[in-house]
Design a protein around this ligand. Structure first.
Ligand code: ADP
Length: 365
């Protein structure tokens, strides 16, 4: 678990990065990373995640700003002296070496005897659940993709680094294996308490594994929060769209008090919700609500009630998904758990739907 009681282990301060002197691919990035946390850097391709990780690793240098480890600047520390474990998508194992030689390579580089290194290598193999005694003697090309990735992980764990950096390490694996490795990585993280920083464009991967997720878009961190906070309390329209499914209706703030806010929607109807950024009257906004927080025929006490028309009904074993026309949005999605005796819906049917103000976010359009 992250150790927020102490100073951050790693600090990015106002870091900017440009490769060509014109376009900034990382902008004004300030980020605190705590000892023992599992931090995911999540965002679409090209949003600056790998560049951020690369600057921490020392492959790239900030164009301005600073990065510190334990309060000391990393500016003049070359990659190999930073002593981070690293795991990448393309395994980067040496093909001519055996599995064991690959794993103990970092220890041998540090001058450890072969005998001592083998012992630690064996422990690392067990940590990644490769217990076959013959495993260490094989060559990488005799292994599956999943096994090669475990070896790469064992090589990162073997020298007990304080921090391990991962760049899309599971991207080449099939879905089932990827999900299995996500759970295993999380267990290894819990067991060892090592700080892990993990780049991915896959939101479910980030939400499954991380203590905190930093959501990147166009070189900026949009929000950094726990998975549940990101899901329940998105602070920008980008985060609301990128993490999970959300309905959006265009509107305008008409009244605001602290973070409570009344809006007028494009069709002239009214609603209310939470405005985390405390937007002023007249601001153009997106009113955002999760499909599972919407109810049909709302009881009293729901701050938002709207007429709706059913465009599509999709029955999935455990839930019914309705696509509705609501306040000018004909892609409005509602998820209703399927229980015995639940009402049936027909295309073209008129309904009244609603959602609670606290389940509704009002974000800058
Ligand atoms: P992500 O990891 O989120 O996919 P990257 O950090 O890899 O994003 O890339 C951010 C932007 O920087 C992209 O537009 C990419 O094309 C550019 N970029 C990345 N590496 C280099 C490089 N070595 N030289 C020039 N441009 C680069």
């Amino acid at each position: 678990m992250p150790d927020h009681a102490h100073d951050p282990l790693i600090q990015f301060r106002k870091v900017n990065k440009t490769y060509d002197g014109k376009t900034f691919v990382v902008r004004d990035l300030s980020l605190d990373i705590y000892k023992g946390e599992f931090l995911a850097l999540l965002g679409p391709s090209g949003s600056g995640k790998s560049t951020t990780l690369g600057m921490l690793a020392g492959f790239e240098h900030p164009s301005s700003g600073s990065i510190t480890l334990g309060g000391k600047s990393l500016q003049d520390t070359p990659t190999h002296k930073r002593k981070f474990g690293m795991v990448f998508q393309n395994y980067s194992l040496f093909p001519h070496m055996t599995v064991m030689e690959n794993i103990i390579f970092p220890l041998r580089m540090q001058g450890m005897s072969r005998k001592d290194a083998y012992k630690l290598g064996q422990t690392a193999l067990e940590m990644v659940d490769l217990r076959d005694p013959e495993m260490g003697k094989r060559k990488p090309d005799q292994l599956s993709g999943g096994q090669q990735q475990r070896i790469a992980l064992a090589r990162a764990l073997v020298f007990e680094p304080v921090v391990i950096l991962f760049d899309e390490p599971l991207g080449a694996l099939d879905k089932r294996l990827r999900e299995q490795m996500q759970l295993e990585l999380r267990q290894i993280h819990k067991r060892l308490g090592v700080t892990m920083i993990f780049v991915t464009h896959d939101q479910s991967e980030a939400l499954t594994m991380a203590d905190r997720v930093a959501v990147f878009n166009e070189g900026r961190i949009q929000q950094i929060a726990s998975p549940m906070q990101l899901y329940d309390e998105p602070e920008t329209a980008f985060v609301a769209s990128f993490v999970g499914e959300n309905n959006k209706i265009r509107g305008k703030v008409i009244h605001a008090q602290a973070d409570a806010c009344n809006v007028e929607l494009v069709d002239g109807s009214r609603g209310e919700g939470i405005s985390p950024n405390r937007l002023a009257p007249d601001t153009n906004v997106l009113v955002v609500v999760r499909p599972e927080r919407v109810v049909v025929a709302p009881a009293d006490g729901y701050g938002n009630r709207h007429p709706a028309r059913v465009n599509e009904v999709i029955e999935l074993g455990d839930q019914t998904r309705l696509r509705l026309d609501v306040a000018g949005n004909d892609e409005f999605l509602v998820k209703i758990p399927r229980t015995r005796g639940a009402p049936e819906f027909q295309i073209g049917q008129s309904l009244v739907i609603g959602w609670r103000s606290q389940d509704c976010r009002v974000l800058r359009a």
